[in-house]
Design a binder for this molecule. Structure first.
Ligand code: SAM
Length: 280
């Protein structure tokens, strides 16, 4: 037992939180597992944790039981709020809940540094938020680390290396200014109801500075264009970015006939710098 609160099955039953597909609800019911995921987020005692999509509160309870200084949790489903209020009462002053859409809410005003982010989110919301967290103009970002549940296939895309089929936009953005690692694999049966595919927890630590210099916006555009047409040679996949794209590719040390999948992050950064240099 990680706390004195009722088991999650009882909480879900009591508050009528039957899982809704439309909200991507696959709940973790094993509190030993959620405490383990909380530990994967690192030392929580000196940090505020931003949790997105707490649902009935399995991971929230794990984070609090593992000593999080404070948790700020944003949940879209109003049915979960009463269950979350019971957790807040059991941990006075340490849990703030916000009912709303994490894609619309700026939680920054509710948090104090240092900040870590933890979430078990539906796939589409998770990827959208991950890209936002990885692409601010200035670095380091407002967060120190991200501990996020993804479909296993998405987790593999985040940690993929050049030359691998999974290497793409997510890998470049996650590895340019941060270090991602798959830290836990979970079978479908870990969730209720079980999803169709396996999941994995990815832990991403922000680096103090980017590995290679580049403008985040330009790099995002280069990578999006390059991997949108990943079978094409870069000189044609990136044509829309500049009429002199071949010159820029050569200046960046990239053969214009190569494909995005072969290019290390350093090459994309050099290309972004060359494009920006030509504009200024
Ligand atoms: N964290 C809980 C757990 O591990 O059992 C719930 C995980 S469930 C996969 C995803 C949760 O995210 C659900 O509670 C769902 O209502 C919530 N959610 C979905 N879209 C959201 C959004 N845009 N903003 C905030 N929460 C969202």
């Amino acid at each position: 037992m990680i706390d004195q609160l009722p088991p999650l099955r009882e909480v879900i039953e009591h508050h009528g939180i039957a899982a809704k597909k439309s909200l991507g609800q696959n709940f973790l019911l094993d509190l030993n597992l959620t405490a383990k995921i909380a530990r994967l987020a690192g030392d929580l005692s000196n940090a505020d944790i931003l949790e997105i999509g707490p649902g009935p509160g399995g991971l929230t309870r794990g984070l609090l039981a593992e000593g999080a200084r404070r948790v700020v949790a944003i949940e879209k489903d109003p049915r979960c709020m009463a269950a979350l209020a019971e957790i807040a009462a059991a941990y006075p002053g340490r849990l703030e809940t916000i009912n709303g859409d994490a894609l619309q809410i700026d939680p920054y005003a509710h948090l104090s540094q240092p900040i870590k982010i933890a979430a078990n989110l539906p796939y589409n919301v998770g990827t959208e938020l991950l890209v936002r967290w990885l692409t601010p103009e200035h670095w380091p970002p407002f967060w120190e680390s991200l501990t996020l549940m993804f479909q296993r296939e998405v987790a593999q895309r985040i940690v993929a290396q050049p030359g691998n089929k999974a290497y793409g936009r997510l890998a470049v953005l996650a590895q340019w200014r941060a270090t991602p690692q798959i830290v836990l694999d979970l079978p479908p049966e870990a969730f209720s109801p079980p999803p169709k595919v396996s999941s994995a927890v990815v832990h991403i630590t922000a680096l103090p500075a980017p590995r290679f210099e580049a403008n985040a916006n330009t790099l995002s555009k280069v990578v999006a264009a390059g991997f949108n047409q990943r079978r094409k040679m870069l000189r044609s996949a990136l044509k829309s970015l500049s009429p002199e794209i071949e010159d820029h590719l050569i200046a960046a040390g990239i053969k214009p006939t190569e494909r995005a999948e072969q290019i290390p992050i350093e090459g994309f950064c050099a290309l972004a710098r060359s494009l920006d240099h030509a504009k200024s």
